[in-house]
Design a protein around this ligand. Structure first.
Ligand code: CU
Length: 478
């Protein structure tokens, strides 16, 4: 019974995708020109159709609305979705492209879209402090240039805990034709969890969700489906790029790969100068990690998720679940050699320091604070565009907080966490130092990415004043 219900959903999704006509052919290339770069296909998620023939412009149509799905066979759940898809459709562009998104809100409540990780104008960032929310039935055109290549995602930034839990989240890939290594295939794996009632519907928000740990789900999802259904098949010797995002409300994902070899090749801000190997990878909420996966043996290769829970006696246990399974067919195919491009990050020394303190308070109805204030409307700091800041983030409470800074990238001053980031996990009662490259002028939100914490006070902003002599925003890594 379970299989048939799943098949119906799969067929519905496929039918929806196949109704899209092929993109119109571009103007024929000049006879002597080299073969043009073409945007890679990304498996696992459906892509938005680019409606603009200009190769430097990506123009798409997006709508948020209600639909229903079935997480448990035979049981329906009312959800929110972008273009009727869970997760929402993949936005693809290449570095430097102009992106135009014609957005329509078909929900019965206000919404906005935040383009998580894209260093764009604050007017287009989806912050309800900077943008009037899009009213029910309303429309808004988001327009921006994407300066950095990498894996990103988009989601609402108003009533976020509920709207994201109900299904409004979707991946973004910005390609760099000059630097991206070529793989046999690319995949996006959007990792989520969801809390369901016994009748298969999404649990209503609990008053305790925001006060305490945030909303933890009871079902893990990969690309919007229960993880048991996430299966693909390849030939031994294939080398793939997996782009991974943690889109859960409150759950830090700890992942690994079994039955294949892998290395970490990119983080929030794009490719690493030097890929590295590891056994387990902690993916904070909102963070992205790209893995290079080489299927070097036949059998079953898996993305595994280590899920901590408590047994009936209150003891911590860790379950290892398969979040994505690939059947690898035996083959003599030789894995392609990946030539790593030259990638360098800004070599900047700090010209300022700051401290951000995450804490809780007993007063008022907003229990979570940043620098002593809940949901502060005053900027935490005002800096000038181009500043390089060493920020010490102090967590005074006994639970972790994934701290997200909008509009800028930073490096974590810890050799074990290389790469450009926009989210950093601050351990319980711990302190983490980051070096932030404050290059994007505007009002920028700074908050915990446990969505319930953000809505219950752990939300602030920084102000970056423009420097008239600053160069236009270009890629942070070169
Ligand atoms: Cu938090």
């Amino acid at each position: 019974m379970r299989t048939s219900a799943v098949l119906i959903i799969a067929v519905a999704l496929v039918a929806c995708g196949s109704s899209t006509p092929d993109a119109p052919a571009a103007a024929p290339p000049a006879a002597a020109s080299p073969p043009p770069w073409s945007m890679p296909y990304v498996q696992g998620v459906e892509a938005l159709e680019d409606e603009n023939p200009d190769p430097k412009i990506v123009e798409v149509t997006l709508a948020a609305g209600r639909t229903s799905t079935s997480y448990i066979a035979g049981k329906k759940a009312q959800v929110f979705a972008y273009n009727g898809l869970l997760p929402g459709p993949l936005l693809k562009a290449k570095v430097g492209d102009r992106v135009i998104v014609h957005f329509k809100n078909n929900l019965s409540e206000e919404t906005t879209i935040h383009w998580h990780g894209l260093r764009i104008s604050d007017q287009m960032d989806g912050s309800p402090r900077m943008q009037n929310p899009v009213k029910p039935g309303g429309e808004f055109t988001y327009e921006f240039t994407v300066p950095d290549a990498g894996s990103f995602w988009y989601h609402p930034h108003i009533n976020t805990a509920e709207q994201v839990e109900k299904g409004l989240y979707a991946p973004i890939v910005v390609f760099d034709p000059a630097k991206d290594p070529t793989y046999d295939a690319e995949r996006f794996l959007v990792l989520d969890d969801i809390r369901l009632e016994d009748d298969g519907t999404i649990s209503p928000e609990s008053s305790m969700d925001g006060m305490m740990s945030g909303r933890f789900g009871n079902l893990l999802l990969t690309n919007g489906r229960p993880i048991k259904e996430a299966v693909a098949s390849v030939e031994q010797g294939t080398v793939e790029r997996w782009r991974i995002v943690n889109s859960a409300n409150a759950r830090t994902m700890v992942i690994g790969v079994e039955g294949a070899t892998f290395r970490v090749i990119a983080t929030d801000g794009g490719l690493l100068p030097e890929p590295y190997t590891t056994n387990k990878l902690t993916v904070a909420i909102g963070q992205r990690y790209d893995l290079e996966v080489t299927y070097d043996q036949p059998g079953s290769a898996k993305l595994v998720s280590y899920v901590e829970s408590q047994d009936s006696g209150g003891n911590a246990t860790t379950a290892k679940l398969s979040a994505f399974t690939v059947d690898v067919a035996e083959s003599a195919r030789v894995a392609r050699e990946i030539v790593w491009p030259s990638v360098t990050f800004p070599d900047r020394v700090a010209d300022g320091k700051a401290t951000i303190t995450l804490d809780a308070t007993q007063t008022g109805d907003m229990p979570w604070t940043i620098n002593g204030k809940a949901d502060s409307m005053d900027p935490l700091f005002t800096w000038t565009q181009g500043a390089t800041l060493d920020i010490t983030i102090v967590n005074k409470v006994a639970m972790e907080h994934p701290f997200h800074l909008h509009g800028q990238f930073f490096e974590i001053l810890d050799a074990k966490q290389p790469g450009l980031k926009d989210v950093v996990l601050i351990p319980p009662n711990g302190t983490v130092k980051i070096r932030a490259f404050i290059d994007n002028p505007g009002h920028w939100m700074a908050h915990c990415h446990i969505l319930e914490h953000a809505e219950m006070g752990m939300m602030a902003e920084i102000l970056v004043t423009p420097d008239a002599n600053a160069p236009p925003m270009t890629a942070m890594s070169h």
